[in-house]
Design a protein around this ligand. Sequence first.
Ligand code: PRP
Length: 185
Amino acid sequence: MKGNNMKEDIERVLISEEELKKRVAELGAQISADYAGKEPLLVSVLRGSYIFMADLTRSIDCFCRVDFMAVSSYGSGTVSSGQVNIIKDLSDSIEGKDVIVVEDILDSGNTLSYLIKVLQARHPASIRLATLLDKPSRRTKPITADYVGFTVPDEFVVGYGLDYDELYRSLPYIGILKPCVYQKD
Ligand code: PRP
């Protein structure tokens, strides 16, 4: 059960605002160097990636375009259901484009391996994956990200876009949720 305010439900801060800012700037610099002379298309996978996307794009200094896709796989639980649904598709064609898929977390890999397959079939020039968080201990699909912000342990993380039951996305840091919030008694 949730408490009276968001911060009360956080057991501890895993990644601070300062650490996020520094690492996102590093990723932006890396992408700017890798895509120098190109015009990458950044595809944000909603909803979890919206804050990372906003900060990452502002730290990339080459020309870039943005587009958005919404998928759902978790429902309100904490374990992936394995089922991926496209709720909102991209607005424009990606044919011949250098696509960077931007995610908040790579967990089982189910969502991303499905999405990459869907996007590959649309014939982009290239496709890479940038994820803020990587939880390799939970991977069930053989997928790795090209750009990783932080490798995290198997804890229930929220904030900076990541939710539990659609709440906590607006926390400015990545925190570990108190188990009493999601455990049924
Ligand atoms: C989260 C996250 C990824 C997916 C990763 O999305 O944004 O899309 O789970 O998990 P996986 O590697 O096990 O597939 P979620 O379904 O929670 O939706 P959200 O982005 O709206 O929070």
